[in-house]
Design a protein around this ligand. Structure first.
Ligand code: NAD
Length: 485
């Protein structure tokens, strides 16, 4: 039994928190259906006001010294660190995350803001050679202005922080919209932490609502960059809207990630990583292992090991009980996951384990003999399901891994690292791990995917400059040149 964490620091902030002027929005706990909070949702008019206030505050912030911007971010990191248990409790209650997932997210969000605090002191341009005598020529990066950040419910704090912290560090203002299922872990925490850190008024605006509020952000004339994380379907719509308005847009979208097990792999290690990559947080992460591609010679033993692990996992309320898996986030998503499993079984996949549920709690599921036209193979499931198929040659493994419109992450298990690297060279994915699971990230790494997993943008590390600034060429000369006119 895990003792519930008492919440204190955020409570006074939440009592007065009014993120919008719209209809009441109820925040509920998926594991118990308990009511957590009711707040007024934002409307498109609220978005317009928020974006205007952000745009008004941004120029002075861009001119604020690099030391001062870094100081506020470091202070935000300290405040975040001091209250991470309380923030983690909100993450568990709003999303159904288990302790290990919550701790990972808290630590990662903290690393994001710490790392962002180093950005203001980085060089931000170059002195350029020039063909013109007597001219000083430089290229420099300037803030984009107002960043519209739209985030999903599944890792609300870290996915918000990886945009908010670097965007602010590099001189931008931010309008942040979390998913309506996570208004606190994805929204209120940010407002409270950065206000306490001394961020000047106006620079961070939180709005809460659904797709209509998101689209109002995308189309608002004061928003120059849309930083969207979510499903590929919604990302396509956001990309179309932003493209029509010629806006910069960063899309971090879905995945259906390959987990390749070669015949020389340490099978126990591979099954452990495969189970964690498919079942952690009920499979509700973009970088979950969605397709287990296993050499025919070891497939039986691998499926047995995966099944043994799935059988042992305890399900329950992650906030109050010592469990390894929590609930699926809502009934609609549960029906979707179960529909994919049942249709795949009807189409010939072998149900080895799971495929059942009680309430929102879906048993970890192993499907073997999955064909490549099965929905469990083609779709991003976003549930605790491990579909397995087999191959005989490395070329077949590569062809299976690449036979997806997505290209977020892949993992390869083999005792030969050179063979693993040779396969990695041929896989189409933004991130590839040899002898490790698919759930991997670090704040200093450019995170993102290929194909339908995004539009080529990245968050993290040096990519933050590419995403949150624009190039500007500036020349200066004492003597104006003469012109023929
Ligand atoms: P979603 O696309 O339904 O929602 C994401 C966010 O977009 C929410 O805030 C939602 O309100 C908003 N939204 C929805 N439609 C919109 C529209 N037309 N215009 C503007 N905003 C809109 O995604 P979800 O179900 O909440 O999250 C799960 C998805 O996110 C999965 O596909 C997962 O793979 C993906 N994801 C990707 C990453 C990554 O870094 N690549 C990380 C986490 C999750």
């Amino acid at each position: 039994m895990v003792a519930p964490v008492s919440t204190t620091w955020l409570d006074p902030f939440l009592e007065g928190w009014r993120p919008g002027t719209g209809d009441p929005l109820e925040d509920r706990e998926p594991a118990t259906d308990l009511h957590l909070l009711t707040i007024p949702a934002s409307t498109p008019d609220d978005v317009a006001r928020a974006a205007a206030a952000a745009a008004a505050a941004q120029p002075a912030w861009a001119e604020t010294s690099y030391q001062e911007r870094a100081r506020i971010l470091r202070r935000a990191a300290d405040i975040y660190d001091a209250h991470r248990e309380e923030f983690g409790a909100w993450t568990m209650r709003e999303t159904g995350a288990v302790h290990s997932k919550m701790h990972h997210e808290q630590n990662f969000a903290y690393q994001e803001v710490l790392n962002a605090a180093t950005l203001p002191s980085q060089p931000y341009g170059s002195l350029m050679p020039t063909a013109q005598k007597g001219r000083l020529s430089m290229v420099r990066r300037v803030p984009v202005g107002v960043v519209g950040a739209i985030t999903p419910w599944n890792s609300p704090t870290v996915l918000g922080m990886r945009v908010v912290a670097p965007a602010l560090a590099l001189g931008n203002a931010v309008v942040l919209k979390p998913d309506p299922q996570t208004p606190v872990a994805g929204g209120a925490i940010f407002a409270a932490v950065f206000a306490e850190a001394g961020l000047p008024y106006g620079l961070l605006q939180i709005v809460v609502g659904g797709a209509d509020v998101g689209e109002a952000i995308v189309t608002d004339p004061n928003v120059s960059l849309v930083a969207f994380t979510g499903s590929t379907a919604a990302g396509r719509r956001v990309g179309q809207l932003a493209g029509g308005l010629l806006k910069k847009v960063s899309l971090e979208l879905g995945g259906n990630n390959a987990f390749v097990v070669l015949e020389d792999a340490d099978l126990e290690a591979a099954a452990s990583a495969g189970a964690f990559s498919s079942f952690q947080f009920q499979g509700q992460v973009c970088f979950a292992a969605g397709r287990h591609i296993v050499h025919r010679r070891v497939a039986g033993a691998y499926v047995d090991a995966l099944t043994a692990k799935a059988k042992r996992l305890r399900l329950g309320d992650p906030y109050r009980e010592d469990v390894q898996l929590g609930p699926i986030v809502n009934a609609k998503q549960l029906a979707r996951v179960d529909g994919i499993v049942q249709r795949s079984v009807a189409g010939g996949a072998r149900l080895v384990e799971g495929g059942t549920y009680e309430g929102l709690f879906y048993r970890p599921t192993v499907l073997a003999d999955v064909t490549t036209d099965s929905p469990a193979w083609t779709d991003e499931i976003f549930g605790p399901v491990a579909p397995v198929t087999t191959f005989e040659t490395d070329d077949e493994a590569i062809a299976l891994a690449n036979a997806s419109e997505y290209g977020l992450v892949a993992a390869i298990y083999t005792r030969s690292t050179s063979r693993g690297l040779a396969l990695a060279n041929r896989i189409k994915a933004g991130m590839i791990h040899v002898n490790d699971g698919t759930l991997n990230d670090e704040a200093i790494i450019p995170f993102g995917g290929m194909g339908a997993s995004g539009n080529g943008s990245r968050f993290g590390g040096e990519a933050n400059f590419d995403t949150f600034t624009e190039w500007q060429w500036v020349t200066v000369r004492d003597e104006p040149p003469s012109f023929p006119f």
